[in-house]
Design a protein around this ligand. Structure first.
Ligand code: ATP
Length: 432
């Protein structure tokens, strides 16, 4: 990692902790590797990402069906999908310090990342978390926490067809938690053991696969741009035949230049008819009165990696003033807080009361609105810049006589005077 990037990562992690985006999981007990807890601003950012995704890919379309399937499924699902037999990573153990690593992620081939001693033979390590269901602890009651949301959609394929009679092509979409017992969780929220995915299974006729692969490729890019992912950092990797997952005939990884290296952000896979065939599911084509097993194009998105990509894309330092001014340049639609409201002086009841009314109205309209009357105005601006709030609104003595407020722009630091009745319109215009 270059020094500049190392610093960027440190700054982002420290900002996330300090300002209430993301905390280490179970921190007061020393943490738990591969788990992170989202604080108020992190939840807001994450929800905005998920809502934007759902709006574009599910609610915004006629051919998509949303589901929210159970995390614990019948273990036969994972047998049929191939996960019990093949969802594993190569695990190696250091012959000296006994630390374990994923073989393909060692910094130097065959050598321990920690002490440099040789590592032993690789063993296949299944990444699914196992647990027991019910009161009897025998193997028949072993279940898994789902390692992907995809199977929750395949097993509901027949339900959707029976309830809605969709014509091909159509898709299913789901957002939810997935769990993987990663050998070496690392890089903040990039590789964790509990994370969220947003996935689409798009069902097609086999002969259409190339067309829809291209189509979903473009849709993915359009969405990334719309939420503010820095597209200069995004690169496409055509996954080599020998590296393809067991179900895939073609996969593109959308990689992102994270500060710790170029790594997978999202994936797009042509899953063929692998899953539906394995689950013995068919589709009755009502037009031709024939039966077929649809093929599948799968765009998959990690929520946590989206959060990280947006933090990295948005972190800026304005050096034009005397002191460096760090800010997150989130798009308003994604920013955890849309605007902050302040009375110029904290201890003047007339300013405070007025500002509370303005705050109430904006809160009703946008929800993501923050009250901030701590410290002087300069400090408040800096605090809001740091969490990426696009606008700060200040109520001062002139407001009391002419009803105008100061609205300050995060990126330029410029201030404008507008009527308080116009605030909502002002923000809405700029949000869209
Ligand atoms: P990697 O090669 O980085 O382990 P993968 O190819 O196994 O990832 P997929 O199985 O394609 O990942 O999972 C789909 C998406 O889920 C990924 O593109 C990523 O955004 C997200 N994801 C997968 N594993 C993790 C993880 N351990 N932590 C956070 N997000 C993850």
């Amino acid at each position: 990692m270059q020094e500049k990037d190392e610093k960027l990562m440190e700054k982002v992690i420290s900002l996330c902790k300090r300002r209430g985006f993301i905390y280490p999981g179970s921190e007061i007990y020393g943490g738990l590797a591969g788990t992170w807890d989202y604080g108020p601003l992190g939840v807001s950012l994450k929800n905005n990402i998920k809502n934007s995704w759902w709006k574009k890919f599910v609610d915004g379309r006629e051919d998509m069906y949303g589901v929210d399937a159970a995390i614990i499924m019948n273990p036969s699902v994972w047998k049929a999908s191939g996960h019990v037999d093949t969802f594993s990573d190569p695990l190696v153990e250091c012959t000296k310090c006994k630390r374990r690593f994923r073989e393909d992620q060692l910094k130097e081939k065959g050598k321990c990342d920690d002490c440099g001693s040789p590592v032993g033979e690789a063993k296949q390590f299944n990444m699914m978390f196992r647990t027991q269901i019910g009161a009897v602890e025998d193997s028949s009651s072993t279940v898994y926490l789902r390692p992907e949301t995809a199977q929750g959609m395949f097993v509901n394929f027949k339900n959707i067809v029976d309830s809605f009679h969709p014509k091909l092509p159509f898709g299913m979409g789901q957002i939810g938690k997935a769990f993987r017992n990663e050998i070496t969780p690392r890089d903040f929220i990039f590789r964790v053991r509990e994370f969220e995915q947003m996935e689409i299974e798009y069902f097609i006729k086999e002969e259409w696969w190339e067309k829809y692969f291209e189509y979903w490729h473009d849709e993915m890019i359009e969405w990334m741009e719309s939420i503010g992912v820095d597209m200069n950092r995004v690169h496409e990797l055509e996954v080599e035949k020998e590296d393809l997952a067991h179900y895939s005939k073609r996969t593109i990884d959308f990689e992102f230049d994270f500060p710790f290296g170029r790594k997978e952000l999202y994936g797009l896979a042509y899953r063929t008819d692998f899953d539906l065939s394995k689950h013995n599911l068919i589709y009755q084509d009502e037009e031709t009165n024939s039966k077929l097993v649809p093929h599948v194009i799968e765009p998959t998105f990690g929520v946590d990696r989206s959060v990280l990509a947006l933090l990295v894309s948005s972190y800026k330092e304005d050096e034009s003033g005397e002191e460096s001014r760090p800010y997150l340049s989130f798009k308003p639609s994604i920013a955890p807080v849309i605007c902050a409201i302040s009375p110029l002086l904290k201890n003047k009841p007339e300013l405070r009361d007025y500002a509370r009314v303005v705050y109430g109205n904006l809160k009703n309209e946008f929800g993501r609105v923050m009250w901030d009357d701590n410290g002087n105005i300069g400090k408040r601006y800096r605090r809001q810049d740091e969490i990426g709030t696009p606008w700060c609104i200040v109520i001062d003595f002139d407001t009391l006589t002419d009803g105008s407020v100061t609205i300050r722009d995060r990126d330029t630091g410029k201030q404008e005077r507008i009527k308080k009745e116009d605030i909502i319109e002002y923000i809405k215009e700029r949000m869209n």
